[in-house]
Design a protein around this ligand. Structure first.
Ligand code: SAM
Length: 239
């Protein structure tokens, strides 16, 4: 229901502005101050990002392509895309994350990366409030924070923003039993503010189909503590 979704979202937002920000900005960095588990998650996540970059490269590259990165986190995907010449609109429900992604982009320029002709934008916004049209919409490792009910609406909205393709990653329910323990590692312990949801591949695909998209490519990244299904979906018959 809407109310439940709203509460969940507020909890997720608050988490990613506080402890979640501390935890994830460290995981998504090169800092040595991470546990073995966090390092494993970092490596798995880097594989997902690399796969998305490779997918986009193999379909003609991103130069001049408009890309929305919804729930951009610290900019792991948005920054390399921007530096490769995509017109990137990055956003995150967490102000702290959106600010961090902007700082990291600026740090890349300061380190000597060539500024792209179209500067990326980094804004604090929940993905449900995004308005606009992009060639490609990406949303990586965000759906894990929401139940299927909410996810259906999120996919519907993301699809409405995408002219050509949607790239999503989520924690697959097919690995439920083996993964349950690991999800506990990820979100358990001291933090009771958020929980992790696994999604059935068929449910995600059905939501995409309903929104007018066909899944054209599937991938799975699984390390010891990170597992993420990657879907590339294209608008049926183009638009
Ligand atoms: N997509 C990034 C990546 O793969 O590097 C970050 C993944 S991180 C596990 C999840 C991110 O989703 C957090 O930065 C969080 O603030 C953001 N998020 C959660 N719910 C969101 C929502 N409804 N709209 C936009 N961002 C959201």
């Amino acid at each position: 229901t809407k109310a439940a979704g709203g509460n969940e979202k507020a909890a997720v937002q608050s988490y990613f502005n506080t402890q979640g920000f501390e935890r994830w900005s460290k995981i998504y960095s090169e800092s040595d101050e991470v546990s073995k588990v966090q390092k494993d998650i970092r490596d798995g996540h880097a594989q997902t990002v690399d796969k998305v970059l490779a997918l986009l490269d193999s379909s003609g590259g991103v130069k001049g392509i408009s890309i929305c990165d919804a729930g951009c986190g610290t900019g792991s995907l948005a920054i390399p895309l921007a530096l490769r010449g995509a017109a990137v609109s990055a956003s995150d429900i967490s102000q702290a994350m959106a600010g961090e992604s902007r700082s990291r982009y600026e740090a890349e320029l300061a380190k000597g990366a060539a500024a792209p002709s179209t500067a990326p934008t980094f804004e604090a916004s929940d993905l449900e409030s995004l308005k606009g049209q992009w060639d490609t919409v990406a949303c990586l490792d965000v759906l894990i924070h929401y139940d299927q009910n909410n996810v259906d609406g999120m996919i519907r909205h993301l699809a409405s923003l995408a002219d050509k393709q949607l790239i999503l990653s989520f924690a697959p329910k097919t690995l439920y039993y083996s993964a349950l323990k690991r999800v506990g590692e990820l979100f358990g312990g001291k933090n009771k503010a958020t929980r992790a949801y696994l999604h059935a591949e068929a449910d995600i695909e059905a939501a995409l189909n309903k929104a007018g998209f066909d899944v054209v490519h599937k991938d799975l990244t699984a390390t010891s503590f990170y597992f993420s299904r990657l879907f590339q979906a294209k608008r049926k018959g183009g638009r």
